[in-house]
Write a protein that binds this ligand. Structure first.
Ligand SMILES: Nc1nc2c(ncn2[C@@H]2O[C@H](COP(=O)(O)OP(=O)(O)OP(=O)(O)O)[C@@H](O)[C@H]2O)c(=O)[nH]1
Ligand SMILES: [Mg+2]
Length: 290
C-alpha cells in the first residue's frame, strides 16, 4: 500500500495517561476480556495491550461479527485457538451470553481456590480494546442494564469504572486504547474505517482509496455491484474514478466528484451497505504438536 499524504497522528494526549492507569488496573484483574473488531482482527488488536495482558487469564472476543464474513470469522477463530487463545466471535446484542460462559470457565478455578481458604471471592473482569470496538455495549449487556455510555464515535468512555454485576462478579469498562507507534500507516488507516480513530485527523481521500482497495481484495463482487464498476482489476485512483462515474458523481466538465465519492465509500462501508465483509484474511492455523 502506498504511504498516505499525511502521517496520521493517532495517539491523543489523554491516552498516555489512560495507558498508565490501565496497566495498573490490569495487574489487579482476574480475567481480561480483549475485544477486537471481527472485520479487522489484526489491525484492531493493540500490540501494546497484548503485551500488558500477557501471562494473565485472557479471552479474545471478535465483536461485531454480525458485520463480518462468517466463514472468515471461523478461520480467524481457528487461527487464534491454534495459538492457545480462548476466543469467540459475537454480535453483542445476540451472543453476549457466550462471553459470560467463557468468563465463568476462566474464573471458576480462582473462585474455588478462594473458597477452599474460606474466602468468598469477587472475580474482577476488565474489558479492554481499541476505541469504538464495543466495550461499553458488552458491559451493558453482561450487566443486564445500561450502565456505560455507548456511541458510534471513538473516545466515548473516558474514565475506568467498576460495575458490580452480582456479588461474585465485577466488570470494569475502560477507555479505548490506541498505541503510540506511528510506523504502521496501514493499521492506522484500517482503524479509521471502523471509526476507532476520529475522521478529523485523516485525509479522507487516502482513507477512501485504501478502503476501496481493501474491499476490492475482500469482496470484489459486492464492490462492483454497489458502485457499478465493471473492471475487477482497477485499484487506487482509477478505482475511485470508476466509482464516481459508476454512481454518477460528476462535476461540471464531466470531471469525477472525488470528494463526494470518498465520503460515500466511507459512509456506505460503515453503514454495512456492502454486506458482511472481513478486510483481513486469517493466517493458516499454527501447526499443532502431536
Ligand atoms: N453491529 C454491531 N454493532 C456493535 C456491536 N457492539 C457494539 N456495536 C456498536 O459500536 C459502537 C461503539 O460501541 P461502544 O460500546 O460505545 O464502544 P466502546 O468500545 O465502548 O467505545 P469507546 O468508549 O469510545 O472506546 C456503537 O454504535 C454500538 O452500538 C456488535 O456486536 N455489532
Ligand atoms: Mg466505551
Amino acid at each position: 500500500m502506498s504511504e498516505g499524504r499525511n502521517k496520521i497522528n493517532w495517539y491523543p494526549g489523554h491516552m498516555a495517561k489512560a495507558r498508565r492507569l490501565l496497566s495498573e488496573q490490569i495487574s489487579r484483574a482476574d480475567v481480561v476480556v480483549e475485544l477486537c473488531d471481527a472485520r479487522l482482527p489484526r489491525a484492531s488488536r493493540n500490540p501494546d495491550l497484548i503485551r500488558l495482558i500477557q501471562n494473565r487469564e485472557h479471552i479474545l472476543i471478535l465483536q461485531k461479527s454480525d458485520l463480518a464474513d462468517e466463514k472468515e470469522t471461523e478461520r480467524w477463530l481457528a487461527y487464534f485457538r491454534s495459538l492457545g487463545v480462548t476466543c469467540a466471535g459475537i454480535d453483542v446484542n445476540r451472543q453476549y451470553k457466550q462471553v459470560m460462559r467463557l468468563i465463568t470457565d476462566k474464573a471458576e478455578a480462582k473462585v474455588r481456590q478462594a473458597q477452599s481458604r474460606g474466602i468468598s471471592k469477587t472475580v474482577r473482569v476488565m474489558v479492554v480494546g481499541v476505541p469504538n470496538v464495543g466495550k461499553s455495549s458488552l458491559i451493558n449487556r453482561l450487566n443486564g442494564s445500561a450502565v456505560a455510555r455507548v456511541s458510534d464515535r471513538p473516545g466515548v468512555t473516558r474514565s475506568n469504572q467498576w460495575v458490580k454485576v452480582n456479588p461474585y462478579l465485577e466488570l470494569m469498562d475502560s477507555p479505548g486504547l490506541l498505541w503510540p507507534r506511528l510506523d504502521d500507516q496501514q493499521a492506522a488507516l484500517r482503524l479509521s474505517y471502523i471509526a476507532a480513530i476520529r475522521d478529523d485527523v485523516q485525509d479522507v481521500y487516502d482513507l477512501a482509496l485504501h478502503l476501496l482497495d481493501d474491499m476490492m481484495e475482500a469482496k470484489p463482487d459486492a464492490v462492483m455491484e454497489r458502485f457499478r464498476v465493471n473492471d475487477a482489476s482497477l485499484r487506487g485512483a482509477e478505482l475511485l474514478e470508476a466509482v464516481c462515474r459508476g454512481r454518477g458523481f460528476l462535476l461540471r466538465g464531466n470531471e469525477a466528484d472525488e470528494e463526494r465519492g470518498c465520503r460515500v465509500v466511507l459512509d456506505e462501508f460503515r453503514a454495512g451497505k456492502l454486506g458482511r465483509i472481513t478486510l483481513e484474511k486469517a493466517p493458516v492455523p499454527f501447526p499443532q504438536r502431536t
